[in-house]
Design a protein around this ligand. Sequence first.
Ligand code: A3P
Length: 339
Amino acid sequence: MAITELNKSQSRNEAQGEQQQLSEECQELLNTLPKERGWRTQHLYLFQGFWCQPKEIQAIMSVQRNFIAQDSDVVLATIPKSGTTWLKAIAFTIMNRKNIPVQNDNHPLLTSNPHELVPFLEYKLYADNCIPDFSTIPCPRLLATHMPFSALPQSVKESGCRVVYLARNPFDTFVSIWHFMEKLRPESFGCLSFEEAFDMYCSGVVGFGPYWDHLLGYWNESLQRTQKVLFLKYEEMKEDTNSQLKKLAEFLGLPFSIEEEKGGVVDEISRLCSFQTLKDMEVNKNGKGAIFADSENKDLFRKGVVGDWINHMTPSMVDRLRNIMDKKLSGSNLSFQLL
Ligand code: A3P
C-alpha cells in the first residue's frame, strides 16, 4: 500500500476508534451534526452552535447534566491558547495564598503544571464517561472550562459562582493554536498548512469557536453581571500584571491587604506565575500529560508575547482577520491591543 493510502486508512481507523469510545447516544447525535475537517482529529462537529471534537461533546453533555455549581465556585473560562495555563497559575496562587504562602518551598507550582492544579470540567473531571467525586476537592472549588458561556450549565449562570474569562487578541491566538496543533496532530492525519488552518479559523471552525462568538458571550455577560463575570485580557496582563492581579483578587473577594502589598506579595505572585519562571520549572520542561495524555508540558510554553502574529501572517491575512473582527465585534465596545 502507498504511504498516503496507509496514512488515510490509519486515520480512518483512528477516527473509528475515537467513535467507539463514545456512548451510543453521543454517536447517534454525531450523525445528525454538521461536520468539518478537524485540526487534530478527523472532524470537528457543530454542537450547540460551537465546533468541537466528539469526546468533548460527550463530556460537555455530561457537565451540562451533572455539574451543580456552588456559590463559592470559581470557574476560569478561555478559548484554547489564550493564556489558560497562566490564568490557572495566577488564580490558584491568589486563592490559596493564605494556606500556601507564595514563597513556600513546597509551593505546588514548583512541582506541578497549573493544569494539574485546576482541572478542566470537560477534559478532566467529566471526560471519558467519568462522574467526579467532588468530596475530594476542597471548597472554594477552582475549576476551568473552554465551553462558551451559552453552553455552561444553568447552575453556573444562576448561582453565586464566579466566572473569570481571559481573552487574547484573535491574531496571536490563531498563531498559538496553529503551533500547538502542529505538535499534537497525529502524523497519520496529514499536514494542515498555515493557510488552510487560517481559512478554517476565519470561518469559525476551530475548537470551541467561532472565537468571536466565544468572546462576545462572556463579554456581554461581564457587562451585565459585573459581580459574577470578570473579563480579563492577555495583553493587559502582560502590560501590567500587578494591576490585573489586584483586580482579579478583588473580584474573587480576596483583595490584597496593605501589608501584603507592602510586603511584595503581588510582585511575588507575578514572578512565580510569569512565563519564564513557569517555563523553566522541571515539571514544565520535561513533564508530560498535564492536559492530554500524549502531550508534553513544554508545548504549553512557546513564546508568551503579544504581537508574534506579525512574524507569521501575510498582509492579506491581516486584512482579512481585521475585517472579520471589525464586523463581528462592531458595536460591542470590545477591542484588542495587537502589538
Ligand atoms: P504562545 O503560543 O503565543 O507563546 P493556553 O495556556 O491557553 O494553552 O495558552 C498558551 C499560550 O499562553 C502560549 O502562547 C503560551 O506561550 C502562553 N503562556 C503560557 N504560560 C504563560 C505565562 N505564564 N505568561 C504569559 N504567557 C503564557
